[in-house]
Design a protein around this ligand. Structure first.
Ligand code: EPU
Length: 422
Protein backbone atom coordinates (compact mmCIF):
# COMPACT_ATOMS: atom_id res chain seq x y z
CA UNK A 1 0.00 0.00 0.00
CA UNK A 2 1.27 3.46 -0.85
CA UNK A 3 2.61 5.30 2.16
CA UNK A 4 0.78 8.54 2.87
CA UNK A 5 2.33 11.64 4.40
CA UNK A 6 0.72 14.78 5.68
CA UNK A 7 2.48 18.01 4.78
CA UNK A 8 1.93 21.09 6.91
CA UNK A 9 3.52 24.46 6.36
CA UNK A 10 3.28 26.20 9.69
CA UNK A 11 2.83 29.78 10.72
CA UNK A 12 -0.67 30.36 9.29
CA UNK A 13 -3.10 31.89 11.77
CA UNK A 14 -6.29 29.78 11.96
CA UNK A 15 -9.43 31.86 11.70
CA UNK A 16 -13.10 31.11 11.18
CA UNK A 17 -15.76 28.60 12.16
CA UNK A 18 -15.57 24.82 12.04
CA UNK A 19 -18.15 22.18 12.92
CA UNK A 20 -17.13 19.26 15.11
CA UNK A 21 -18.06 15.69 14.09
CA UNK A 22 -19.84 13.08 16.18
CA UNK A 23 -17.84 11.45 18.96
CA UNK A 24 -15.52 8.56 18.14
CA UNK A 25 -15.55 6.97 21.56
CA UNK A 26 -19.31 7.23 21.85
CA UNK A 27 -19.87 5.93 18.29
CA UNK A 28 -17.79 2.81 18.86
CA UNK A 29 -19.89 2.01 21.96
CA UNK A 30 -23.32 2.81 20.51
CA UNK A 31 -22.79 0.83 17.29
CA UNK A 32 -22.31 -2.52 19.13
CA UNK A 33 -25.21 -1.54 21.41
CA UNK A 34 -27.41 -1.73 18.28
CA UNK A 35 -26.98 -5.53 18.56
CA UNK A 36 -29.21 -5.36 21.64
CA UNK A 37 -32.24 -4.01 19.77
CA UNK A 38 -34.92 -6.32 18.42
CA UNK A 39 -35.92 -3.68 15.89
CA UNK A 40 -33.70 -1.87 13.36
CA UNK A 41 -31.79 1.05 14.89
CA UNK A 42 -30.98 4.35 13.23
CA UNK A 43 -27.88 6.10 14.59
CA UNK A 44 -27.12 9.65 13.48
CA UNK A 45 -24.18 12.08 13.67
CA UNK A 46 -21.62 9.31 13.28
CA UNK A 47 -18.13 10.44 12.24
CA UNK A 48 -16.68 9.13 8.99
CA UNK A 49 -13.53 7.68 10.55
CA UNK A 50 -11.65 4.41 10.39
CA UNK A 51 -12.95 3.08 13.73
CA UNK A 52 -16.54 3.44 12.49
CA UNK A 53 -15.61 1.57 9.29
CA UNK A 54 -14.17 -1.26 11.42
CA UNK A 55 -17.40 -1.26 13.47
CA UNK A 56 -19.45 -1.63 10.27
CA UNK A 57 -17.24 -4.48 9.07
CA UNK A 58 -17.65 -6.18 12.43
CA UNK A 59 -21.45 -5.96 12.39
CA UNK A 60 -21.55 -7.21 8.80
CA UNK A 61 -19.25 -10.12 9.65
CA UNK A 62 -21.67 -11.08 12.44
CA UNK A 63 -24.50 -11.11 9.89
CA UNK A 64 -26.24 -7.81 10.70
CA UNK A 65 -27.62 -5.72 7.84
CA UNK A 66 -25.94 -2.32 7.90
CA UNK A 67 -26.84 0.64 5.77
CA UNK A 68 -24.18 3.29 6.35
CA UNK A 69 -24.13 6.67 4.68
CA UNK A 70 -20.77 8.21 5.65
CA UNK A 71 -21.53 11.53 3.98
CA UNK A 72 -24.68 12.00 6.08
CA UNK A 73 -23.30 10.24 9.16
CA UNK A 74 -26.39 8.02 9.36
CA UNK A 75 -26.35 4.27 9.94
CA UNK A 76 -29.21 1.84 10.03
CA UNK A 77 -28.48 -1.47 11.76
CA UNK A 78 -30.78 -4.48 11.60
CA UNK A 79 -29.37 -7.04 13.99
CA UNK A 80 -32.16 -9.61 13.48
CA UNK A 81 -30.03 -11.45 10.89
CA UNK A 82 -26.98 -11.91 13.17
CA UNK A 83 -25.94 -15.53 12.78
CA UNK A 84 -22.61 -15.77 14.61
CA UNK A 85 -21.08 -14.57 17.86
CA UNK A 86 -17.35 -14.54 17.10
CA UNK A 87 -15.23 -11.60 15.99
CA UNK A 88 -12.19 -12.44 13.84
CA UNK A 89 -8.70 -11.40 14.90
CA UNK A 90 -8.31 -9.38 11.71
CA UNK A 91 -11.07 -7.02 12.95
CA UNK A 92 -10.50 -7.09 16.72
CA UNK A 93 -6.86 -6.12 16.36
CA UNK A 94 -7.79 -2.96 14.47
CA UNK A 95 -9.74 -1.30 17.26
CA UNK A 96 -9.77 -1.16 21.05
CA UNK A 97 -13.57 -0.99 21.13
CA UNK A 98 -13.81 -4.51 19.67
CA UNK A 99 -14.01 -5.62 23.29
CA UNK A 100 -17.54 -4.13 23.44
CA UNK A 101 -18.75 -6.96 21.22
CA UNK A 102 -18.18 -9.29 24.19
CA UNK A 103 -20.75 -7.46 26.34
CA UNK A 104 -23.22 -6.88 23.50
CA UNK A 105 -23.11 -10.44 22.06
CA UNK A 106 -23.21 -12.01 25.50
CA UNK A 107 -26.27 -9.94 26.42
CA UNK A 108 -28.18 -10.73 23.23
CA UNK A 109 -27.07 -14.31 22.43
CA UNK A 110 -25.48 -15.66 25.61
CA UNK A 111 -22.13 -16.26 23.97
CA UNK A 112 -19.16 -14.35 22.53
CA UNK A 113 -15.68 -15.17 21.22
CA UNK A 114 -13.57 -12.08 20.76
CA UNK A 115 -9.77 -11.98 20.45
CA UNK A 116 -8.14 -9.48 22.81
CA UNK A 117 -8.55 -6.08 21.16
CA UNK A 118 -5.88 -4.00 19.47
CA UNK A 119 -6.07 -0.23 19.22
CA UNK A 120 -3.55 2.49 19.91
CA UNK A 121 -0.27 1.43 21.42
CA UNK A 122 -0.22 3.81 24.37
CA UNK A 123 0.72 1.38 27.12
CA UNK A 124 -0.76 -1.67 28.78
CA UNK A 125 -4.48 -1.95 28.19
CA UNK A 126 -5.79 -5.00 30.02
CA UNK A 127 -9.50 -5.89 30.11
CA UNK A 128 -9.47 -7.73 33.43
CA UNK A 129 -12.13 -5.37 34.85
CA UNK A 130 -14.46 -6.05 31.90
CA UNK A 131 -14.11 -9.77 32.52
CA UNK A 132 -14.56 -9.41 36.26
CA UNK A 133 -17.77 -7.46 35.63
CA UNK A 134 -19.21 -10.09 33.31
CA UNK A 135 -18.36 -12.85 35.76
CA UNK A 136 -20.23 -10.88 38.45
CA UNK A 137 -23.30 -11.14 36.17
CA UNK A 138 -22.94 -14.91 36.07
CA UNK A 139 -21.03 -15.33 32.80
CA UNK A 140 -18.36 -17.97 32.41
CA UNK A 141 -15.40 -16.22 30.87
CA UNK A 142 -12.05 -17.70 29.98
CA UNK A 143 -9.08 -16.62 27.94
CA UNK A 144 -7.88 -19.19 25.46
CA UNK A 145 -4.96 -18.49 23.14
CA UNK A 146 -5.59 -14.74 23.30
CA UNK A 147 -9.35 -15.02 22.70
CA UNK A 148 -12.00 -14.17 25.28
CA UNK A 149 -14.63 -16.91 25.34
CA UNK A 150 -17.74 -15.95 27.26
CA UNK A 151 -20.93 -17.95 27.83
CA UNK A 152 -23.99 -17.22 29.94
CA UNK A 153 -27.42 -18.76 30.27
CA UNK A 154 -28.89 -16.25 31.12
CA UNK A 155 -27.08 -13.25 32.64
CA UNK A 156 -28.34 -12.05 36.02
CA UNK A 157 -27.84 -8.59 37.52
CA UNK A 158 -25.14 -8.24 40.19
CA UNK A 159 -22.80 -5.85 41.95
CA UNK A 160 -19.63 -4.88 40.09
CA UNK A 161 -16.85 -3.06 41.92
CA UNK A 162 -14.34 -1.68 39.42
CA UNK A 163 -10.77 -1.36 40.71
CA UNK A 164 -10.35 1.81 38.64
CA UNK A 165 -12.87 4.01 36.85
CA UNK A 166 -12.33 2.35 33.47
CA UNK A 167 -14.25 3.73 30.51
CA UNK A 168 -14.20 0.49 28.53
CA UNK A 169 -14.99 -1.66 31.57
CA UNK A 170 -17.98 0.52 32.51
CA UNK A 171 -19.33 0.43 28.94
CA UNK A 172 -18.88 -3.33 28.56
CA UNK A 173 -20.63 -4.08 31.86
CA UNK A 174 -23.49 -1.70 30.93
CA UNK A 175 -23.90 -3.54 27.61
CA UNK A 176 -23.90 -6.96 29.30
CA UNK A 177 -26.29 -5.79 32.03
CA UNK A 178 -28.79 -4.21 29.62
CA UNK A 179 -30.66 -7.49 29.00
CA UNK A 180 -29.71 -9.29 32.23
CA UNK A 181 -32.40 -10.34 34.68
CA UNK A 182 -32.55 -7.89 37.58
CA UNK A 183 -30.44 -4.94 38.62
CA UNK A 184 -26.72 -4.46 38.09
CA UNK A 185 -24.90 -1.84 40.13
CA UNK A 186 -21.53 -0.63 38.89
CA UNK A 187 -19.44 1.00 41.62
CA UNK A 188 -16.52 3.31 40.77
CA UNK A 189 -17.94 3.71 37.27
CA UNK A 190 -16.31 6.02 34.74
CA UNK A 191 -18.11 9.35 34.28
CA UNK A 192 -16.99 10.34 30.77
CA UNK A 193 -19.58 11.97 28.48
CA UNK A 194 -19.74 8.86 26.27
CA UNK A 195 -20.89 6.78 29.27
CA UNK A 196 -23.86 9.12 29.64
CA UNK A 197 -24.51 8.95 25.89
CA UNK A 198 -24.56 5.15 25.94
CA UNK A 199 -26.94 5.23 28.92
CA UNK A 200 -29.26 7.57 27.01
CA UNK A 201 -29.16 5.27 23.98
CA UNK A 202 -29.95 2.18 26.09
CA UNK A 203 -32.77 4.06 27.82
CA UNK A 204 -34.17 5.11 24.43
CA UNK A 205 -34.49 1.38 23.66
CA UNK A 206 -36.42 0.66 26.88
CA UNK A 207 -33.58 -0.20 29.27
CA UNK A 208 -33.49 1.56 32.65
CA UNK A 209 -30.05 2.98 33.36
CA UNK A 210 -29.71 5.46 36.21
CA UNK A 211 -26.74 7.34 37.59
CA UNK A 212 -24.64 7.57 34.40
CA UNK A 213 -22.28 10.51 34.86
CA UNK A 214 -21.81 9.65 38.56
CA UNK A 215 -19.62 6.90 39.97
CA UNK A 216 -22.52 4.55 40.72
CA UNK A 217 -24.57 3.32 37.77
CA UNK A 218 -27.64 1.09 38.13
CA UNK A 219 -28.90 -0.89 35.15
CA UNK A 220 -32.24 -2.66 35.29
CA UNK A 221 -32.03 -5.11 32.41
CA UNK A 222 -34.88 -5.87 30.08
CA UNK A 223 -35.19 -8.62 27.49
CA UNK A 224 -37.27 -6.56 25.09
CA UNK A 225 -34.98 -3.74 24.01
CA UNK A 226 -36.22 -2.06 20.85
CA UNK A 227 -35.05 1.09 19.10
CA UNK A 228 -38.02 3.39 18.53
CA UNK A 229 -36.51 6.54 17.04
CA UNK A 230 -33.22 7.71 15.51
CA UNK A 231 -30.50 8.43 18.05
CA UNK A 232 -27.81 11.10 17.43
CA UNK A 233 -24.45 10.58 19.12
CA UNK A 234 -22.91 13.49 21.04
CA UNK A 235 -20.18 15.65 19.48
CA UNK A 236 -16.56 14.59 19.81
CA UNK A 237 -15.04 16.03 22.98
CA UNK A 238 -11.49 15.27 21.86
CA UNK A 239 -11.83 16.65 18.34
CA UNK A 240 -13.33 19.82 19.86
CA UNK A 241 -10.35 20.08 22.20
CA UNK A 242 -7.84 19.42 19.43
CA UNK A 243 -9.36 22.23 17.34
CA UNK A 244 -9.32 24.56 20.37
CA UNK A 245 -5.64 23.77 20.94
CA UNK A 246 -4.87 24.27 17.22
CA UNK A 247 -6.54 27.70 17.43
CA UNK A 248 -4.36 28.70 20.39
CA UNK A 249 -1.25 27.18 18.79
CA UNK A 250 -1.56 29.46 15.75
CA UNK A 251 -2.58 32.53 17.77
CA UNK A 252 -5.81 32.29 15.85
CA UNK A 253 -9.47 33.02 16.38
CA UNK A 254 -11.59 29.90 15.86
CA UNK A 255 -15.17 29.07 16.78
CA UNK A 256 -15.94 25.37 17.09
CA UNK A 257 -19.66 24.80 16.55
CA UNK A 258 -21.91 21.86 17.36
CA UNK A 259 -19.94 21.04 20.51
CA UNK A 260 -20.83 20.77 24.21
CA UNK A 261 -18.74 23.43 26.04
CA UNK A 262 -19.35 21.88 29.48
CA UNK A 263 -17.41 18.78 28.34
CA UNK A 264 -14.41 21.03 27.73
CA UNK A 265 -14.03 22.67 31.15
CA UNK A 266 -10.67 21.10 32.07
CA UNK A 267 -9.09 22.23 28.80
CA UNK A 268 -10.78 25.64 28.84
CA UNK A 269 -9.39 26.31 32.32
CA UNK A 270 -5.84 25.50 31.15
CA UNK A 271 -6.10 27.62 27.99
CA UNK A 272 -7.31 30.56 30.09
CA UNK A 273 -4.40 30.00 32.48
CA UNK A 274 -2.04 30.12 29.49
CA UNK A 275 -3.41 33.51 28.49
CA UNK A 276 -5.78 32.55 25.65
CA UNK A 277 -9.35 33.83 25.58
CA UNK A 278 -12.19 31.31 25.54
CA UNK A 279 -15.82 32.30 24.96
CA UNK A 280 -18.55 29.70 25.51
CA UNK A 281 -22.07 29.70 24.12
CA UNK A 282 -24.72 26.96 24.32
CA UNK A 283 -23.26 24.81 21.56
CA UNK A 284 -20.13 26.57 20.41
CA UNK A 285 -16.82 27.60 21.85
CA UNK A 286 -14.48 30.31 20.56
CA UNK A 287 -10.75 30.36 21.25
CA UNK A 288 -8.84 33.53 20.51
CA UNK A 289 -5.20 33.96 21.27
CA UNK A 290 -2.93 36.93 20.84
CA UNK A 291 0.64 37.08 22.07
CA UNK A 292 2.68 34.48 23.86
CA UNK A 293 1.35 31.75 26.14
CA UNK A 294 2.37 31.08 29.73
CA UNK A 295 3.64 27.61 30.65
CA UNK A 296 1.15 25.57 32.73
CA UNK A 297 1.23 22.23 34.50
CA UNK A 298 -1.41 19.52 34.63
CA UNK A 299 -2.08 15.85 35.37
CA UNK A 300 -4.32 13.63 33.30
CA UNK A 301 -7.29 12.25 35.20
CA UNK A 302 -10.61 10.59 34.61
CA UNK A 303 -13.51 12.90 33.71
CA UNK A 304 -14.03 15.69 34.68
CA UNK A 305 -10.24 15.97 35.08
CA UNK A 306 -7.91 16.77 32.20
CA UNK A 307 -8.44 14.00 29.58
CA UNK A 308 -5.48 11.83 28.65
CA UNK A 309 -6.61 12.02 25.01
CA UNK A 310 -5.93 15.78 25.00
CA UNK A 311 -2.64 15.51 26.88
CA UNK A 312 -0.74 14.89 23.65
CA UNK A 313 -1.99 17.88 21.60
CA UNK A 314 -1.82 20.07 24.73
CA UNK A 315 1.75 19.11 25.56
CA UNK A 316 2.66 19.89 21.92
CA UNK A 317 1.24 23.39 22.43
CA UNK A 318 3.25 23.82 25.64
CA UNK A 319 6.50 23.31 23.70
CA UNK A 320 6.33 26.97 22.64
CA UNK A 321 4.93 28.47 25.85
CA UNK A 322 7.06 30.84 27.91
CA UNK A 323 8.53 28.96 30.87
CA UNK A 324 8.61 25.36 32.00
CA UNK A 325 5.53 23.12 32.09
CA UNK A 326 5.15 19.83 33.92
CA UNK A 327 2.76 17.24 32.54
CA UNK A 328 1.94 14.05 34.43
CA UNK A 329 0.28 11.24 32.45
CA UNK A 330 -1.59 9.12 34.98
CA UNK A 331 -3.54 6.75 32.71
CA UNK A 332 -1.21 5.24 30.12
CA UNK A 333 2.55 4.56 30.23
CA UNK A 334 3.45 5.39 26.63
CA UNK A 335 1.73 8.63 25.85
CA UNK A 336 4.76 10.89 25.46
CA UNK A 337 6.16 9.44 22.23
CA UNK A 338 5.04 12.52 20.26
CA UNK A 339 7.40 14.61 22.40
CA UNK A 340 10.38 12.52 21.32
CA UNK A 341 9.33 13.16 17.71
CA UNK A 342 8.95 16.85 18.46
CA UNK A 343 12.57 17.04 19.61
CA UNK A 344 13.35 16.77 15.87
CA UNK A 345 11.41 20.02 15.51
CA UNK A 346 13.41 21.78 18.22
CA UNK A 347 11.24 21.01 21.27
CA UNK A 348 13.09 20.87 24.61
CA UNK A 349 11.65 18.06 26.69
CA UNK A 350 12.73 15.64 29.39
CA UNK A 351 10.59 12.64 30.22
CA UNK A 352 10.93 10.83 33.56
CA UNK A 353 8.59 7.85 33.58
CA UNK A 354 5.09 9.38 33.66
CA UNK A 355 6.24 13.00 33.87
CA UNK A 356 7.30 15.30 31.05
CA UNK A 357 9.14 18.52 31.77
CA UNK A 358 8.69 20.85 28.83
CA UNK A 359 10.89 23.91 28.51
CA UNK A 360 9.19 26.25 26.06
CA UNK A 361 11.18 27.43 23.02
CA UNK A 362 10.31 30.55 20.99
CA UNK A 363 9.92 28.64 17.72
CA UNK A 364 9.68 25.08 16.39
CA UNK A 365 10.91 24.23 12.91
CA UNK A 366 9.46 21.77 10.42
CA UNK A 367 10.85 18.23 10.26
CA UNK A 368 9.91 14.71 9.18
CA UNK A 369 8.09 13.07 12.10
CA UNK A 370 6.16 9.87 12.70
CA UNK A 371 2.76 9.48 14.35
CA UNK A 372 2.91 6.57 16.80
CA UNK A 373 -0.79 6.58 17.72
CA UNK A 374 -3.95 8.58 17.08
CA UNK A 375 -3.49 11.45 19.53
CA UNK A 376 0.27 11.53 18.96
CA UNK A 377 -0.66 12.19 15.33
CA UNK A 378 -2.98 15.02 16.42
CA UNK A 379 -0.17 16.44 18.56
CA UNK A 380 2.18 16.45 15.57
CA UNK A 381 -0.46 18.26 13.51
CA UNK A 382 -0.57 20.95 16.22
CA UNK A 383 3.23 21.06 16.21
CA UNK A 384 3.30 21.35 12.41
CA UNK A 385 0.82 24.24 12.49
CA UNK A 386 3.08 26.12 14.94
CA UNK A 387 6.42 25.37 13.26
CA UNK A 388 8.37 27.46 10.81
CA UNK A 389 8.69 25.64 7.49
CA UNK A 390 7.22 22.32 6.42
CA UNK A 391 6.50 19.33 8.65
CA UNK A 392 5.98 15.89 7.12
CA UNK A 393 3.93 13.49 9.23
CA UNK A 394 4.26 9.79 8.47
CA UNK A 395 1.77 7.09 9.58
CA UNK A 396 -1.27 9.25 8.87
CA UNK A 397 -3.51 6.17 9.15
CA UNK A 398 -3.42 6.64 12.93
CA UNK A 399 -4.94 10.11 12.56
CA UNK A 400 -7.71 8.74 10.30
CA UNK A 401 -8.84 6.42 13.10
CA UNK A 402 -10.32 9.35 14.99
CA UNK A 403 -10.44 12.58 13.00
CA UNK A 404 -12.90 13.11 10.16
CA UNK A 405 -11.58 15.24 7.29
CA UNK A 406 -8.91 16.86 9.40
CA UNK A 407 -7.14 18.42 6.41
CA UNK A 408 -10.37 19.88 5.01
CA UNK A 409 -11.38 21.28 8.38
CA UNK A 410 -8.00 22.88 9.09
CA UNK A 411 -7.67 24.14 5.48
CA UNK A 412 -11.05 25.85 5.79
CA UNK A 413 -9.57 27.77 8.73
CA UNK A 414 -6.53 28.85 6.70
CA UNK A 415 -3.99 26.10 7.45
CA UNK A 416 -1.60 25.00 4.74
CA UNK A 417 -2.07 21.23 5.00
CA UNK A 418 -2.24 18.48 2.41
CA UNK A 419 -1.67 14.76 1.98
CA UNK A 420 0.60 13.07 -0.50
CA UNK A 421 1.02 9.44 -1.48
CA UNK A 422 4.48 8.10 -2.13
N1 EPU B 1 -7.46 -0.69 32.96
C1 EPU B 1 -7.14 -1.85 33.60
N2 EPU B 1 -7.99 -2.93 33.46
C2 EPU B 1 -9.11 -2.87 32.71
C3 EPU B 1 -9.42 -1.68 32.04
C4 EPU B 1 -8.57 -0.59 32.18
O1 EPU B 1 -6.14 -1.96 34.30
O2 EPU B 1 -9.82 -3.88 32.62
C5 EPU B 1 -6.58 0.50 33.12
C6 EPU B 1 -5.87 0.88 31.84
O3 EPU B 1 -4.67 0.19 31.68
C7 EPU B 1 -5.69 2.38 32.02
C8 EPU B 1 -6.89 2.80 32.86
O4 EPU B 1 -7.41 1.61 33.44
O5 EPU B 1 -4.54 2.62 32.78
C9 EPU B 1 -7.99 3.50 32.08
O6 EPU B 1 -8.33 2.75 30.93
P1 EPU B 1 -9.80 2.79 30.32
O7 EPU B 1 -10.36 1.43 30.40
O8 EPU B 1 -10.56 3.91 30.93
O9 EPU B 1 -9.49 3.14 28.81
P2 EPU B 1 -10.07 2.43 27.53
O10 EPU B 1 -11.50 2.09 27.72
O11 EPU B 1 -9.12 1.40 27.06
C10 EPU B 1 -10.96 4.67 26.50
C11 EPU B 1 -10.81 5.40 25.21
C12 EPU B 1 -9.40 5.95 25.11
C13 EPU B 1 -9.15 6.87 26.30
C14 EPU B 1 -9.42 6.14 27.62
C15 EPU B 1 -9.33 7.03 28.84
C16 EPU B 1 -12.31 4.23 23.76
C17 EPU B 1 -12.50 3.31 22.62
N3 EPU B 1 -11.05 4.47 24.12
O12 EPU B 1 -10.00 3.63 26.48
O13 EPU B 1 -9.37 6.70 23.92
O14 EPU B 1 -7.81 7.29 26.29
O15 EPU B 1 -10.74 5.57 27.59
O16 EPU B 1 -10.22 8.09 28.75
O17 EPU B 1 -13.26 4.75 24.31
C18 EPU B 1 -8.34 7.68 22.05
O18 EPU B 1 -9.47 8.07 21.71
O19 EPU B 1 -7.27 8.08 21.51
C19 EPU B 1 -8.23 6.73 23.14
C20 EPU B 1 -7.13 6.03 23.36
Amino acid sequence: MAEERMLITGGQRLEGTVRVSGGKNTAVAIIPAAILSQTPCVIENLPNIEDVHVSVETLEYLGAKVNWDPAEGIMEVDSSSICRTDVPLELSRRMRASSYYIGALLARFGSARVPLPGGCNIGRRPIDQHIKGMRALGAQVELSRGTVIAEAEPLAGGDVFLDMATVGGTINVMLAASRAQGITTIYNAAKEPHIVDLANFLNSMGCRVKGAGTDIIRVRGTQSLAARRPYAVIPDQIETGTLMIAAAATHGDVTVTGCIPTHMEALTAKLLEMGAKVYERDDSIRVKSIGSHRAVSFKTQVYPGFPTDLQQPMSALLCTATGTSTVVENLFESRFLHLAEMERMGARVRVYEQTAIIEGVPQLHGAAVEATDLRAGAALVVAGLMAQGTTEIFNTHFIDRGYENIEAKLSSLGASISRVKE
